[in-house]
Design a protein around this ligand. Structure first.
Ligand SMILES: Nc1ncnc2c1ncn2[C@@H]1O[C@H](COP(=O)(O)OP(=O)(O)OP(=O)(O)O)[C@@H](O)[C@H]1O
Ligand SMILES: Nc1ncnc2c1ncn2[C@@H]1O[C@H](COP(=O)(O)OP(=O)(O)OP(=O)(O)O)[C@@H](O)[C@H]1O
Ligand SMILES: [Mg+2]
Ligand SMILES: [Mg+2]
Lengths: 229, 229
């Protein structure tokens, strides 16, 4: 469902080029519970942003669910994201003027043409699953860090997208809550075939992955088929 | 260096009162390497904000470095914070219009009357210690999550304050980098007697603490002298 062919992402800093990703080639199968690991600054967020069509590679090809994302225009990629993807951002990115409920409902309104009557059951179910049902009326400013993170997770899952990208989704969660979140994701994968690709520094979450890619300084240094010619 | 006497922090939500902290009494000795642990939403950030004079209790007394923080006015608490405290925020709170170097230098400019000539050595030393020396000219928007977190840590330490409060300071860091940060903090405590109070969900960091307080639903459920009458 995801293919990187010799992908590089470079930022120009004055006279120097910073390679956030450096000739990365990988493929992710539909339904694979996939972890991206590596030191701080190694390129995990950059990779997730490319898969999520939020950014374009400087070199190489990125293909997601059969679509080449390099040539996509802004409108086209926004529509593609709405229909196919769910994204949990490293800094959550909740809308401050919407309540917890409204933040989670948002993807259903935007692109998925879900009948209004079906919103409430879907939102309530996902809020309960991340333990935020009793906080549905609060605004993001009234939430703890881990509560915001869980609302962001709920928002990414509510539309049951084919592919969920999660950037350090348990960074601000205690062990028990983190475990519940991973269980929820695995359940969705088993029930709906959802593909999960998440970056993480948490060894307990790394253990739960079926496939793991290791990044270092923008290069892929380990993963299925890496170095196994 | 920190004393909580029957401290409560309550938020009014319509007709309901939410007790973010519920009759918490504790004391922290100068130089103690102290962890605050507990589930997401249990009150850790609330407690750190009270110690950091960023907020006032609804009930009870909070005393920091001999000063009662309840009666302090805004100007007085800002001055007290600048001289005595370093704070690593859960969401980093870097100034987007300043570079990495300038963000870390900021506390030295604001309140500490450190001669300009002494700024560069202090900032450079702390940037090197958190592995961000080569990124000194970047702006926060150009940094990874863990890089921002390390800049926030550097900023909290640069003025060598008596008390450092760190809210989940390793949440976005890989194991090796997290370990370096904890080593740096312990080194500062050994060399300067700095008191560190940090909240964390990371079991590897919890292991490093000398004193641990456990919160649940705003109540202190374990810690030195709790339940040991
Ligand atoms: N302004 C507010 N209005 C209402 N409730 C609030 C407000 N700020 C915090 N709370 C609530 O107080 C409780 C404690 O919040 P706090 O941020 O201290 O938790 P925490 O232990 O830091 O959690 P985490 O590990 O998720 O960061 C939470 O249930 C939170 O929703
Ligand atoms: N706009 C930018 N300009 C310059 N450099 C950038 C920019 N965005 C990212 N980088 C650099 O690219 C590298 C990879 O960043 P990325 O955010 O992908 O790392 P990461 O693996 O997600 O790290 P973390 O675990 O700390 O979140 C970092 O060194 C970062 O400083
Ligand atoms: Mg990142
Ligand atoms: Mg918190």
């Amino acid at each position: 469902i995801v293919l990187f062919e010799n992908v590089s992402k470079t930022y120009r800093m004055g006279e120097v080029d910073v390679a956030a990703l450096d000739h990365v080639s990988l493929s992710i199968s539909q339904g694979a519970f996939t972890a991206l690991v590596g030191p701080s600054g190694s390129g995990k967020t950059t990779a997730l942003n490319l898969i999520g069509c939020l950014d374009r590679p400087s070199q190489g090809e990125v293909t997601v669910a059969g679509r080449a994302i390099g040539p996509m225009g802004r409108r086209e990629s926004a529509e593609f994201r709405g229909k196919t993807l769910g994204f949990v951002f490293q800094d959550f990115n909740l809308l401050p003027v919407l309540t917890v409920y409204e933040n989670v409902e948002y993807p259903l309104l935007m692109i998925r043409d879900v009948p209004k009557g079906e919103h409430k059951p879907a939102v309530d179910r996902v809020l309960a699953a991340v333990g935020m049902a009793d906080q549905a009326g609060k605004y993001p400013a009234q939430l703890s860090g881990g509560q915001k993170q869980r609302v962001a997770i709920g928002r990414a899952l509510v539309g049951k997208p084919a592919l969920v990208l999660a950037d350090e989704p348990t960074a601000n969660l205690d062990g028990a809550t983190a475990h519940k979140v991973v269980e929820l994701m695995k359940q969705m994968r088993d029930e709906f075939g959802t593909t999960f690709v998440f970056s993480t520094h948490d060894p307990r979450i790394m253990d739960q992955a079926e496939v793991t890619f290791h990044l270092e300084d923008g290069r892929l240094i380990d993963g299925p088929a890496v170095g196994k010619e």
